[in-house]
Design a protein around this ligand. Structure first.
Ligand code: SAM
Ligand code: DTB
Ligand code: SF4
Length: 326
């Protein structure tokens, strides 16, 4: 059977990938890899639809963790102005604005190591109010315990974002204050509570192809694939230990998106941080390779994202439809 005929068979969702197989995907000729990823993408999603989410940092900076990439760590000397937790009304006003601009999901981040019980009430109130506006909710608040996850679910939370960031081997070169296991435990707590999992990583931190394969292998071998897989390109922020990380070749980033699409064909793959540094052609190739979600709006958590007008122009040029939800 030729490779192309194989691609027309309905795809099976697998959870038993090994590193060698994944590496051989990364090493395929670029056109073959993109064709394979795009063909699968069409079996599971409408090829011209991209879901948009809005991101808001509800608590900025002064984080006790030492993530080498992050401008919000209190351990790095960045120019970031730290801010205390936003008032509920301010968060809800931002969510209403996002809804007016066509967003379907409102994602809130906090520069916390973990969700503390004393902040739970605030988070539950915010989730309920934003659900009442008619938006899906997502939060990323650091580690959560099983009981807290159940309470977030009861408040109506749709998604929890918690990234594993990289391969288990490279992880300790990037973060020392919490372990890979800690992250997996939080992800289990979220999954067990019935909340959709948003989990991905960052590339361009000086990792190699084995680490990119390892990151995707951990995600793809989860008992249930994360519903949403953000692929971030490192935003190099002055004052962070990774400010001078070597640039990742664009094709290696696009390959990472394509391999994510092949390993997790039914998951939404989000083209996340780093878009502001990508030209239109690179983003277009990422959409072709299977990316079907973006953060929309001028700012990510603390760093720039493309202007809404630039995204609108690109989507118009490519005939991409913004869609409400996947
Ligand atoms: N503090 C919580 C945590 O780390 O779980 C939530 C917020 S944290 C900023 C969310 C994610 O943003 C991180 O896990 C990381 O993957 C991503 N991130 C942070 N800084 C980044 C950067 N400079 N470039 C790309 N992604 C970044
Ligand atoms: C994710 O994977 N990427 C987003 C979201 N989840 C929370 C965050 C990107 C942060 C980029 C650096 C910043 O703006 O501070
Ligand atoms: Fe803190 Fe999250 Fe940044 Fe790590 S990524 S320093 S946990 S805000």
């Amino acid at each position: 059977m030729s490779k192309n005929t194989q691609l027309s068979q309905p795809a099976k969702i697998r959870h038993d990938w090994d590193k060698t197989e994944i590496l051989s995907l990364f090493q395929r000729p670029f056109n073959d890899l993109l064709f394979q990823a795009h063909s699968l993408h069409r079996q599971f999603f409408k090829p011209n639809d991209v879901q948009i989410s809005t991101l808001l940092n509800i608590k900025t900076g002064a984080c006790p963790e030492d993530c080498s990439y992050c401008p919000q760590s209190a351990r790095h000397e960045t120019d970031l102005e730290k801010e205390k937790l936003m008032a509920v009304e301010e968060v809800v006003a931002a969510a209403k604005f996002a809804k007016k601009n066509g967003s379907s999901r409102f994602c809130m981040g906090a520069a916390w190591r973990e969700l503390r019980d004393r902040d739970l009430n605030y988070i539950e109130t915010v989730i309920k109010e934003i659900k009442a506006i008619g938006l899906e909710t997502c939060v990323t608040l650091g580690m959560v315990k099983a009981e807290q996850a159940k309470q977030l679910k009861a408040a109506g939370l749709d998604y929890y974002n918690h990234n594993i960031d990289t391969s288990v081997e490279f992880y300790e070169k990037v973060i020392t204050t919490r372990t890979y296991e800690d992250r997996l435990k939080t992800l289990d707590n979220i999954r067990d509570a019935g909340i959709n999992v948003c989990c991905g990583g960052i590339v361009g931190m000086g990792e190699d192809i084995n680490d990119r394969a390892g990151l995707l292998m951990t995600l793809a071998n989860m008992a249930t694939h994360p519903e949403s897989v953000p692929i971030n390109l490192l935003v190099k922020v002055k004052g962070t230990p990774l400010e001078n990380a070597e640039d990742l070749e664009s094709f290696d980033f696009i390959r990472t998106v394509a391999v994510a699409r092949i390993l997790m064909p039914a998951s939404t793959v989000r083209l996340s941080a780093g878009r502001a540094d990508m030209n239109d052609e690179m983003q277009a190739l990422c959409y072709f390779a299977g990316a079907n979600s973006v953060f929309y709006g001028e700012k990510l958590l603390t760093t720039p994202n493309p202007d809404v007008s630039r995204d609108q122009q690109l989507f118009n040029k490519l005939g991409i439809n913004f869609i409400q939800t996947h």
